[in-house]
Design a protein around this ligand. Structure first.
Ligand code: SF4
Length: 451
């Protein structure tokens, strides 16, 4: 390669929104050091894979992804970072073709990437650089690359916080990411302004436990109050633990011009007995009270929830309680997943000691199907409420509709997917927030532009 030619890099992210924010931040850092991000089908000298360890399935998906990338990109160096790399570095380093494994503390240091890129290829023994303390340092940088189509700047992820102190019995994330710590408010504000100035229309606030933000005297609600002044159309909170959805926060969102009416509120289970085993910080009555408080006070508020099935010890009665509880909630969508026993967690130890019995996979899968069906019905009912009404849509993606028309899609403020058709050759809608009349509801809402 011409030594004056710039090195190319690409990022592949698995897992949560925080991972996306971090990959973008790392790429941005490398761009500032003279690297170029390779296009989707272009060769990249370096491929950075941000991995996830939230479930066994997530880990399996990571391994498959890494093997596929190694196979399809014989001339590229592959560096694996993220929670799976932090928790199982030896296993990742054992995957043929992996050149380096970096821990959660090391992944923000660009010198590691430079070293891997400069080393003779193949590297031979992979470089493993994972500090034991499990990501206790904090990367204050939190920046992003475009997530909209055609390189337009629509939505960006902004990292506020890392780690978690909540200690849920099943969760491996604190083992990978350490204790909760927050980015100072002045840095968050500066980054948010920078994203707004560079044209992003929506900023998604991310973290491991985003609402647990605390820096000096500034808590999450105070930080949101400061962020409201940033000149951006939308601020979205990625996920919020239920105990953080206080009346004060609800009142702030209800009156806000740019914090959108959408909460992702993990429920995990609708049985108090199981919530207690999980060491969650609320019970069903608290969850219901907070959810109803938000839905009643905030116009068009959409609340979605994660629910876990097959938690060791979850009986048929517990599951029936969960179904009853969820049926009674005005939820906009459900994300259902099966419990995955993670090594090193309190739950894994309890199961090992015989204190909790595993749920048979068949029973867990049946429970999952039942809840998924309820989730789909609830989501369809929620979408249906919008037919015949108007909403504002921030457009992101476009494709040919096949009838000489272009199909543009985007999201309402409360995160409903909406599409409209306009004639080919019309003005780009990318990154524009426009009023739309909703005329139909399938898996997405069908709309007509009002302007
Ligand atoms: S709140 Fe619970 S589930 Fe969420 S990251 Fe913290 S420990 Fe894990």
């Amino acid at each position: 390669m011409d030594c004056n030619q710039k090195k190319t890099v690409s990022g592949v992210t698995l897992g949560c929104k925080l991972n996306y924010a971090e990959t973008s931040s790392i790429l941005q850092n490398l761009i500032e050091r003279g690297w170029v991000v390779a296009g989707p089908k272009e060769h990249a000298d370096l491929i950075i894979v941000q991995s996830c360890a939230v479930t066994k399935q997530a880990e399996q998906k990571c391994r498959q992804k890494i093997r596929g990338l190694v196979r399809r990109n014989p001339g590229s160096r592959v560096v694996v970072i993220g929670c799976y790399a932090q928790l199982s570095p030896g296993l990742i380093a054992g995957i043929e073709g992996v050149d380096a494994v970096l821990g959660n503390d090391e992944k923000f240091d660009s010198t590691h990437y430079m070293d891997v890129a400069a080393a003779p290829h193949p590297v031979g023994t992979p470089v493993v650089c994972v500090s034991d303390k499990g990501g206790f340092g904090i990367a204050h940088r939190a920046c992003s690359l475009p997530s909209g189509s055609e390189g337009e700047r629509t939505r960006a992820f902004l990292k506020l916080q890392d780690g978690c102190d909540y200690g849920c019995a099943y969760c491996t994330i604190p083992l990978a990411r350490g204790r909760s710590r927050s980015v100072p408010p002045e840095v968050v504000l500066q980054q948010a302004r920078m994203l707004a100035d560079s044209g992003y229309r929506e900023i998604v606030l991310t973290g491991v436990n985003t609402g647990d933000y605390r820096s000096g005297a500034t808590g999450f609600t105070e930080l949101l109050r400061m962020l409201e002044d940033v000149d951006v159309a939308r601020i979205r909170i990625s996920s919020l633990e239920p105990d953080i959805l206080t009346d004060e926060l609800v009142a702030l969102v209800a009156a806000s011009r740019n914090i959108v009416p959408h909460f992702h509120l993990p429920l995990q289970n609708g049985s108090d007995r199981i919530l207690s085993s999980m060491r969650r910080r609320y019970r069903t009555a608290d969850y219901r009270k907070r959810l109803l408080g938000a839905v009643e006070a905030i116009e068009d508020c959409a609340v979605g929830a994660d629910v876990m099935v097959g938690y060791p010890g979850e009986s048929e009665d517990d599951f029936r309680e969960t179904v009853r509880f969820i049926e009674g909630l005005p939820l906009a969508y459900l994300h259902v997943f099966s419990c995955s026993l993670r090594p090193g967690t309190a739950l894994a130890r309890e199961v090992e000691r015989g204190e909790r019995l595993r749920v048979e996979p068949q029973a867990a899968s049946k429970r999952s199907s039942i809840l998924k069906e309820i989730g789909e019905r609830k989501a369809a009912e929620f979408r249906q409420r919008y037919v015949g009404r108007g909403c504002r849509v921030l457009f992101e993606e476009c494709r040919q509709a096949g009838n000489g028309m272009l199909r543009w899609s985007g999201y309402s403020r409360n995160y409903l997917p909406v599409w409209v058709e306009i004639p080919s050759g019309g003005k780009s809608l990318s990154g524009r927030e426009l009023p739309v009349a909703i005329v139909g509801a399938g898996l997405q809402l069908e709309g007509r532009l009002l302007s």
